[in-house]
Ligand binder design. Structure first.
Ligand code: ATP
Length: 356
């Protein structure tokens, strides 16, 4: 396994900016995910690591080796694409063996390696099947086996689950994570699905419009988003514009234009947040961190929307001067209805102060 380092990488296509000034340091054996909306530059970055695109500026290293202008077939990478790119009329074995034949391994060697990797992806019985006789999930495993059979230094996965239905996607997500942990292969994963990114990754890079917004563990990204984009893209968030009324070494008191006052903790502020008295600032509050009943930052409002999901009850609550999305874990109690009054409290540790 190798580390991957991108140093000051910029890629332009004529006048279009693909990605700008990227600096990433992926550790050997790490599961690292590029996450962001369509067009943010995820695939462009992955293609530069693969060698399908060369960067306009900057350098790429695998460990200490400069691979910036090395051809894809000289990079020892395994890759799985969204559409799998398998040969439909060939068998599972023939598809998996393809990369080994190109690399001129002996027949016995190829058979041994193909059998081994078919076991890894749990397709022991399917060696002789044609690709077009397999389900979507099985095809996905063949694509994964084909990428893994060459024992790559780095595994690149570009939205590998997007053609699978929800249930299968969840199963395959667990399967890929298991394989990755077992093999310890450095993995770079591209997705626009935040749940997938959170569940699988050691670290996530959130991108928007060609720029890195934040790099961190799933917990850091979720609990300590640096700016409004990250807090709204990852999970649900109530984002409120408020003014800092007072601030000391521990507590921050904020107020909005309608006079709603909340108290939060200074330690829960993004490094990018302007934490000074009088500054206007955005405050993020996760719906699931709001509690029903009395406590810190108690507010009383009227329910304007109710949604029961089984796991939770989601409410929209209109409080004079502020509207909040609230998620209460379902413990089988009575559902409140539209028009009912509800008392809420927001623990001070649940306010997070964002940068722009
Ligand atoms: P998606 O999730 O839709 O695949 P993405 O995050 O992978 O999106 P990229 O495909 O990396 O985004 O595209 C980043 C930007 O670069 C976009 O504005 C895109 O239009 C542009 N771009 C990508 N490839 C090319 C190309 N070959 N020629 C011109 N522009 C390109």
């Amino acid at each position: 396994m190798k580390g991957v380092r991108l140093q000051d990488i910029t890629k332009t296509f004529g006048k279009v900016h693909g990605v700008k000034e990227l600096n990433i340091d992926i550790q050997p054996g790490e599961f690292f995910t590029f996450l962001g909306p369509s067009g943010c530059g995820k695939t462009t970055t992955l293609r530069m690591i693969a060698g399908f695109y060369y960067p306009t500026e900057g350098k790429i290293f695998f460990d200490e080796r400069d691979v910036t202008r090395l051809q894809p077939n000289k990079r020892d990478i395994g890759m799985v694409f969204q559409n799998y790119a398998l040969f439909p009329h060939m068998t599972v074995n023939e598809n998996i063996a393809f990369g080994l034949e190109v690399r001129k391994f002996s027949k016995e060697d190829i058979k041994a390696k193909v059998d081994e990797v078919r076991g890894l992806v749990r397709l022991e019985q399917y060696g002789g099947r044609k690709i077009n006789e397999l389900s979507g999930g099985q095809q996905q495993r063949v694509a994964l086996a084909r990428a893994l059979v060459i024992k790559p230094d780095i595994l690149l996965l570009d939205e590998p689950l997007s053609n699978l239905d929800a249930k299968l996607r969840e199963e395959t997500r667990i399967e890929i994570k298991r394989l990755q942990a077992e093999l310890g292969v450095t993995t770079v994963y591209v997705t626009h699905d935040q749940t997938e990114a959170m569940a699988m990754s050691d670290r996530i890079m959130v991108m928007e419009n060609g720029y890195v917004q934040q790099i961190g563990t799933p917990q850091e990204i979720y609990n300590r988003p640096v700016n409004r984009f990250v807090s709204s893209f990852i999970g649900e968030s109530n984002t409120l514009e408020m003014t800092i009324m007072s601030i000391d070494s521990e507590k921050v008191v904020v107020k909005n234009e309608q006079g709603v006052t909340l108290t939060g903790l200074l330690e829960n502020s993004s490094p990018l947040a302007p934490m000074n008295k009088g500054e206007t600032i955005h405050v993020s509050i996760r719906p699931e961190s709001i509690l029903q009943g009395d406590g810190e930052n108690t507010l009383t409002g009227e329910i304007t929307f109710v949604e029961f999901t089984g796991l939770s009850v989601n409410y929209i609550v209109k409080i004079p001067g502020i509207t909040l999305k609230v998620m209460i874990i379902n413990t089988g109690g009575k559902l409140l209805q539209i028009g009912d009054s509800i008392q809420l409290s927001i623990p001070s540790r649940s306010l997070y102060f964002l940068g722009e």
